[in-house]
Design a protein around this ligand. Structure first.
Ligand code: UDX
Length: 436
């Protein structure tokens, strides 16, 4: 298959690279020349384990290229993937589809033979219908079928998620498109990685329903964690006890400072809006959006309590700023709200993150950024683990104690067994563990 991918953001780049690895001829297109010239010189604009090697392999094999030209590759393509950004609109929380629609108009002007146009970006239910109308309006002769093929990959595990997905969801209302999409994913073993064909609206909704369900699981275990703290129980054991029931499952039951990232906050909000617009409100999801927001500020109060209630003028060392490990992404990271709350209360902050500091510097200029754990610990009144990077899993407590003003550790990801820091004389608090 000849495939064109529009948008070399996270989803677009990973999808393009992996599809070329499946053996297809792939051209990745982006308007930002800087990104394209970077990619053409073998560099990757995002941090994702394994991506650079896979790009080099497929470029060398002649299956993968990058360009700013849309018309040429789209004209030659059997399938065009739309993977441009769909940020939340500040005014109303709806997904902003301006980029998607603009790209659709350009595609309409460039297609030649029958072409399948696939939305990979997470788009609200009914967007496929709108795209079909826009394309027909722009070019009534265009022979195009619009397909929804939402992406479920996680940052940090994106390649594995694309190459070995739990499932692929493909929604369309056109048999020719179905045959072509079956070929796009022919490299996947259907026994292990089933491709589920549905109607287009069903596929669009499935993505939101899945992400909101995972967010729900997290909000739930986080509230159970709060209750554990009050009744003297251990949320990790509760999670295990729940998760061993195969109907529940063990994944996504790690309590923490609240979920973040480029998907869950945006997609839960968009689902809430869609449901309200269709007079079918999903109150469960409305509720968890609020719960997750409140939680981040509650984490700042937890830190305050560990420091006996007053953090004005105290130095707090922050370990981890990204919304999760193995990414450089700080979008909607719980760290943003926690940091702001600590600053509002007059704390002085110093931080280290293995990959997130370039992005963090712009968004949190009040923090003093350090080069490693020891530098963050120096003269600190407390250390806070916000992201569970592997770099923070084997801290040298005796050394940290000698560097800090006082040994206080607040572990918002339950990285440690409490006895570890406690036995080194630390004051220690974590999330939902009150049985020690
Ligand atoms: C998510 C979905 O998993 C993916 O399917 C979708 O395509 C995009 O959104 P991603 O945003 O990369 O992927 O991150 P994910 O690994 O799902 O984590 C999301 C947030 O939940 C992070 O802030 C993470 O720290 C938090 N989380 C996750 C927990 O707090 N506890 C857990 O047990 C799991």
């Amino acid at each position: 298959m000849r495939i064109a991918i529009i948008g070399t953001g996270y989803v677009g780049l990973v999808s393009g690279v992996c599809l070329s690895d499946f053996g297809h001829d792939v051209v990745c297109i982006d308007k930002v020349e800087e990104k394209i010239s970077m990619l053409n010189s073998g560099k990757v604009p995002i941090f994702e384990p394994g991506l650079e090697e896979l790009i080099q392999k497929n470029v060398a094999a002649g299956r993968l290229s990058f360009t700013t030209d849309l018309a040429g590759p789209v004209g030659d393509a059997d399938v065009v993937f739309l993977a441009v950004g769909t940020p939340s609109r500040k005014s109303d929380g709806h997904a902003d589809l301006a980029y998607v629609f603009a790209a659709a108009r350009e595609i309409a002007r460039s297609v030649k033979d029958f072409t399948v146009v696939v939305t990979k970006s997470t788009v609200p239910v009914g967007t496929g219908d709108q795209l079909e109308r826009i394309i027909a309006e722009e070019n009534p002769d265009a022979d195009v079928a619009v397909v929804s093929n939402p992406e479920f990959l996680r940052e940090g595990a994106a390649i594995e998620d694309f190459m070995a997905p739990d499932r692929v969801v493909v929604g369309m209302n056109d048999d020719r498109a179905r045959d072509i999409m079956a070929k796009v994913y022919a490299a996947l073993d259907p026994q292990k990685h089933p491709v589920l064909f549905t109607s287009r609206r069903t596929a669009e909704l499935t993505k939101y329903a899945a992400n909101a369900f995972l967010a729900l699981k997290l909000a739930y275990i986080n509230e159970i964690a709060d209750l554990c703290e009050q009744v003297g129980a251990n949320v990790q054991d509760v999670s295990k006890g729940m998760g061993l029931d195969s109907r529940i499952g063990q994944k996504f039951l790690n309590a923490g400072p609240g979920y973040g990232g480029s998907c869950f906050p945006k997609d839960t909000l968009a689902l809430v809006k869609t449901a309200q617009d269709h007079n079918s409100p999903i109150r469960l999801i409305e509720t968890i959006v609020g719960i997750n927001e409140t939680r981040k500020r509650a984490m700042a109060r937890k830190i305050e309590r560990a420091l006996e209630g007053d953090i004005r003028g105290k130095t707090i060392g922050i370990l981890g700023l990204t919304f999760k490990p193995d990414t450089d992404d700080i979008r909607e990271s719980p760290a943003l709200a926690i940091v702001q709350a600590l600053l509002d209360k007059g704390a002085v902050l110093q931080a280290y993150d293995p990959e997130g500091m370039p992005a963090a510097r712009g968004m949190m200029p009040e923090i003093s950024y350090r080069d490693g754990v020891d530098e963050v610990a120096k003269d600190a009144d407390a250390l806070v683990i916000i992201t569970e990077w592997k770099h923070f899993r084997a801290l040298d407590f005796d050394k940290l104690k000698s560097l800090m003003k006082q040994p206080v550790l607040i572990d918002l990801r339950n990285v440690y067994v409490p006895s570890q820091p406690l036995s080194h004389g630390f004051v220690y608090d974590s999330v939902g563990r009150a049985d020690y």
